[in-house]
Design a protein around this ligand. Structure first.
Ligand code: NAD
Length: 439
């Protein structure tokens, strides 16, 4: 079975390279020529642990090719995964420009090449309910009857995407066609037991993806809301999260209070879900509250800084800022709260030095117009006495292990910890002022 992948971003590249490592012949296409050129030279255009090593192996084994040509990819594929972006569009709706372009190009080339064999197309991009059905209808209207669509939403997490590909909790296939079931089993049987491949209608599958992300975002907004109470009643949100999370019905994951959720999925998918309710003339108070809480939460650390210093004082301060990626071990900074805070602080602070171990290039590019923000190569050679205070925006382990003796050298002896990764009591017992979230 030969596989085509459209889009060489986080989802497409992980899917294509990992499927090639399972022995399938894979052709990945992207409209971005420079990405394809890099991939041909065995370079992954973004940071994702383990991905480049597997790419080297599958290139050596001739299991993978890269192209910018839809025609070439179709001629080589029995199964195609659509993995193009569906970024946030107007009024929260997803922008379906790229996926609609793909729909048109696919139908044009399949008709031109007079393809007669069956082709199965899995939509991995996150799309509103009924998109898969509308794609199938579009092809049928053009009298293309040998192309079968299914929704196949992706649940990988950037930073552990390769692990997630090989160890999925479940695979959702939005189709009840016996032919597609066979194809799905053939592809996924190598990584998951049959009973964990769940078949649904395409609409249910599309809703599952939005609902799953919205549920996780809800857990985050919920614990952030609780953190506002723990702060005023002198409770500690870490103790509360632990106490709630030990209940197996609730679980510990996604119960860490902080500066809110960011990244390329949760913000846009919660907005898209809310927009989907509106388009169907229903209202979702819950999803809207989750979004609103997150909007407030991302300003949480800024409010704390402003409660300690006046704007005039801040204009004389130098800050050591730790982490700008939306989470550790990714260089994706789409909707990163760290970047948001840096943009807000820059006009009022004297200067900011940022240390970001993974996403430094993408962050530097995003902040190139902020002249008082500079990036550090490492933390080894820095003089802590040059800084007034520290802000932590990403939960890298290394940041939680900063030496007390170094922190004591900060001019204001102060840490603003947006991810609650430092020990409040240890810092306070050593005379360092600590500002966490909900503690
Ligand atoms: P991305 O922006 O990283 O990559 C998309 C790629 O598609 C880009 O390289 C772009 O050049 C390419 N592209 C756009 N139009 C094209 C066309 N007509 N032909 C060929 N290539 C084209 O996106 P991503 O983060 O991989 O996300 C893809 C989809 O998967 C989105 O719908 C997203 O919501 C969903 N998703 C993402 C993640 C994640 O963690 N990134 C997780 C689950 C689901």
């Amino acid at each position: 079975m030969k596989i085509g992948v459209i889009g060489s971003g986080y989802v497409g590249l992980v899917t294509g390279i990992c499927l090639a490592s399972l022995g399938f012949k894979v052709c990945i296409i992207d409209s971005n020529k420079s990405k394809i050129n890099k991939l041909r030279k065995a370079k992954v255009p973004f940071f994702e642990p383990r991905l480049e090593d597997i790419l080297h192996t599958v290139l050596k084994k001739n299991k993978i090719t890269f192209s910018t040509s839809m025609r070439t990819m179709i001629s080589k594929s029995d199964v195609i995964f659509i993995c193009v972006g569906t970024p946030q569009g107007r009024s929260g709706k997803p922008n379906l420009l790229y996926i609609n372009q793909v729909k048109k190009e696919l139908s044009k080339h399949i008709a031109l090449q007079k393809v007669k064999r069956n082709i199965t197309i899995f939509i991995k991009s996150t799309v509103p309910p009924k998109t898969t059905k509308s794609f199938q209808d579009y092809f049928l209207k053009k009298n293309i009857n040998n192309v079968h669509f299914a929704s196949n939403p992706e649940f990988l997490r950037e930073g552990s995407a390769v692990h997630d590909f090989f160890n999925p909790d479940r695979i959702i296939i939005g189709s009840n066609s016996p032919h597609i079931k066979q194809v799905a089993f053939k592809i996924y049987k190598k990584i998951i037991s049959k009973r964990k491949i769940v078949f649904t209608s395409s609409q249910s599958s599309e809703v599952i993806k939005y609902a799953a992300n919205a549920f996780l975002a809800t857990k985050i907004s919920f614990i952030n809301e609780v953190s506002r109470l723990t702060e005023v009643v002198n409770a500690d949100i870490l103790e509360v999260s632990n106490g709630i999370g030990l209940d197996k019905r609730i679980g510990k994951n996604f119960l860490n209070a902080g500066i809110g959720y960011g990244g390329s999925c949760f913000p846009k998918d919660t907005l898209a879900l809310s927009a989907e309710y509106r388009s169907n003339h229903i209202f979702s108070p819950l999803i809207n509250a989750v979004i609103k809480i997150n909007e407030t939460q991302k300003k949480e650390l800024l409010s704390k800084i402003f409660s300690v210093f006046t704007k005039q004082e801040l204009s004389t301060k130098s800050v050591l800022f730790l982490g700008s990626a939306f989470k550790p071990y990714t260089d994706d900074i789409r909707d990163s709260i760290g970047i948001f805070i840096l943009q807000e602080l820059s006009p009022i602070i004297k200067d900011i030095k940022v240390y970001e171990p993974i996403a430094y290039k993408t962050s530097m590019q995003a902040l190139k117009n902020y002249k008082n923000i500079h990036f550090l190569k490492d933390l080894k050679s820095i003089s802590y006495e040059c800084f007034h205070f520290i802000v932590i925006a990403t939960e890298y382990d290394t940041f939680s292990n900063l030496k007390i003796s170094d922190l004591k050298r900060l001019k204001d002896c102060m840490v603003f910890d947006g991810r609650n990764i430092m020990s409040k009591s240890l810092l306070e017992n050593n005379g360092i002022k600590y500002f966490g979230v909900g503690r």
